[in-house]
Ligand binder design. Sequence first.
Ligand code: CMC
Length: 431
Amino acid sequence: MAEETRTAKLTIGDKTVDLPMFAPTTGPDVIDIRKLYGQAGVFTYDPGFTSTASCDSTITFIDGDKGILLHRGYPIGELAEKSHYLEVSYLLLYGNLPSPTELEKFEALVTNHTMIHEQMIHFFRGFRRDAHPMAVMVGVVGAMSAFYHDSTDINDEFQREVASIRLIAKMPTIAAMAYKYTIGQPFVYPRNDLDYASNFLRMCFAVPAEDYVVNPVLSRAMDRIFTLHADHEQNASTSTVRLASSSGANPFACIAAGIACLWGPAHGGANQACLEMLKEIGTPDRIPEFIARAKDKDDPFRLMGFGHRVYKNFDPRATVMKQSADEVLELLGIENNPVLQVAKELEKQALEDPYFADKKLFPNVDFYSGIILEAMGFPTSMFTPIFALARTVGWISQWKEQLNDPQLKIGRPRQLYLGETERSYVDIEKR
Ligand code: CMC
């Protein structure tokens, strides 16, 4: 825990309460209100946690006003350009960039855990073929606690480590199998001579009748998408994982909870919703109509892939994603992709519009990722599962950090109660 630096004074009527303050290594100071109820008999009120720090953490830092995202201090742009997903995973999990030997050992460990228990295949077969792959992932990942009993004891450090590696290693296999199941194709088993991203592409696109030769540019783009989604501080799904874990739940149950939360269109589900929106717009001449709808208070429509709770400037992940979209489409010879044209024109018109400028709404990570994923051959229903597999390492890193925190308490918010006060039960014949 940080050192107390100064004191905030809160005056309620004629009573003044001193509240300790802590300074982070970077970012705004925080006021510690843990003893507030005991001292003053009041709660704080912050639906949506817009001004509340729920924990201390050393993993990821975001300065939303400046558009900065750091993992363990390293800017996301540098990591996306110079590093790769498994190296960034090591960094998130253990705090520092690995030495060559450490990286080799870590990659070998992850690679050796890519297969799933054969019995789990039958579990997949219990789902309807038309199930959304996210529904399958929530179920299958939750069910891992029924298949891997030997890594569910959260008080055993070795078991925690095994669960972490299993989740990171098996998530691509599970996501690919969820996809294969919904399109009625046989499952493709992992191949350990391939890197993490290439293996995932092959498990999605190979068939027994014909192997899939991985294009290194596509595999690099896939790896970059994983890297850009690896962690993002205390977002909704990560906070869900932490809350689930605070009760002592096992790691597979906690990650399943995170996947469920990520699915929503305000969070990870935005990548699917964004591409569907771009297709619905169809041609640049229809953009003004959709911008007008997004601005209309009486219309629930929002520009998907726009806006962020924390970023009030360019999302640095979106900048890299846009570049990557250009590269991938050029490689595939589809630079004139109509969806990309609509996306670029929509971004331009929205950024010039005072509504979006005043509210500081910029394209987020989900704005361009769908275009790349579609060009690679993924259907929109696979976009959020890909986000989930990439975010798994972030969830796991935050989960491990929480379990090592001596201040760990069960998460239990309070409320502003606006319901009835106590009243007596009325017998049914008198109502
Ligand atoms: N289109 C139109 N108006 C918007 C949008 C948008 N995409 N986003 C926010 N606004 C408006 C909103 O109506 C509100 O206006 P007012 O102050 O007049 O009521 C104002 O901007 C602030 O919005 P908010 O909903 O209070 O902000 P929030 O921090 O609670 O929500 C958000 C953040 C990401 C949920 C929201 O911007 C949104 O719904 N965006 C579209 C969905 C999306 O792209 N989500 C992906 C987020 S990035 C990846 C991830 O986290 O998974």
